[in-house]
Design a protein around this ligand. Sequence first.
Ligand code: AQP
Length: 332
Amino acid sequence: RPRVLSGIQPTAGSFHLGNYLGAVRQWVALQESHDAFYMVVDLHAITVPQDPAELRANTRLAVAQLLAAGLDPDRCTLFVQSHVPEHAQLGWVMNCLTGFGEASRMTQFKDKSAKQGADRATVGLFTYPVLQVADILLYQANQVPVGEDQRQHIELTRDLAERFNGRYGQTFTVPAPYILKETAKIFDLQDPAVKMSKSASTPKGLINLLDDPKATAKKVKSAVTDTDTVIRFDAEKKPGVSNLLTILSTLSGSPVEDLERRYEGKGYGALKTDVAEAMVEFVTPFRSRTQEYLDDPETLDSILAKGAEKARAVAAETLAQTYDRMGFLPAK
Ligand code: AQP
């Protein structure tokens, strides 16, 4: 079975709809056909300041949401990044292989550091994409299921894998991004020109999966559309309507063309009502399943312990081979 690897941050509060449709939904599907490794990336979370108690709670919350979304620990390896020390170890090796200019060209860093102010952004935030390279290469992943915003980081991963292989001999699998066109980028409901994001979106434009379903329905109903009246997919001219069509199509399983036909002659109100309904139908059981996992921290921790053990077996082998290729003396 080909291998996939991906990660998600332990965000305060909840995953948002972009995280779910852009990434986690694919993770659930891929565990059936792939040897799948998924992790909560707490090492990445500390690139911005974190309160320790909150980080701990948010890490459990992230795991609970992944299980509620449908990850099955018998079908995939689910773990927490800091439980596998090889991430930080290979991260250092990759740092030493990355050009400063190369890292400086990462657009996510440019955006995020600009928002935080250059003096407040940490070196960790700067080298975050390089740690991500290590995350992927440790598992010899063939594919990386992510949203469009991660494409540049996967490109960097490919470059560094090829560079290392060229310099020291074939060591790493060169991974490909796995980005579904339809859901590669879910947009802010209030500003459909920008991606839905936990840090950039306005509260009204961001759908958090664990919000009260009534609030979610309200946000959908006040989504920004356009002054036209036709319900048609056109990402450039009708970004708001197209975003709603994408959301409904993915949640309901109906192709966008079928939806266009269904709403012929109908107004935006009808579309919004149905998107709101589909959202409520999805988030209601998601919320209760998440709560069930949170109420049982022992089960959660034992899932993570098993996941870490499986992940470490793979990661340790890759790291040992990497160290050896580079000329580090073996520890006797
Ligand atoms: N709007 C989106 N559309 C499609 N995919 C998205 N992803 C994030 N936003 C969208 C994908 O979700 C996965 C996890 O991303 P993350 O760990 O970076 O989560 P996050 O930090 O909560 O995501 P944000 O909101 O994008 O963070 P900020 O505000 O920091 O920019 C990834 O595969 C990502 O592509």
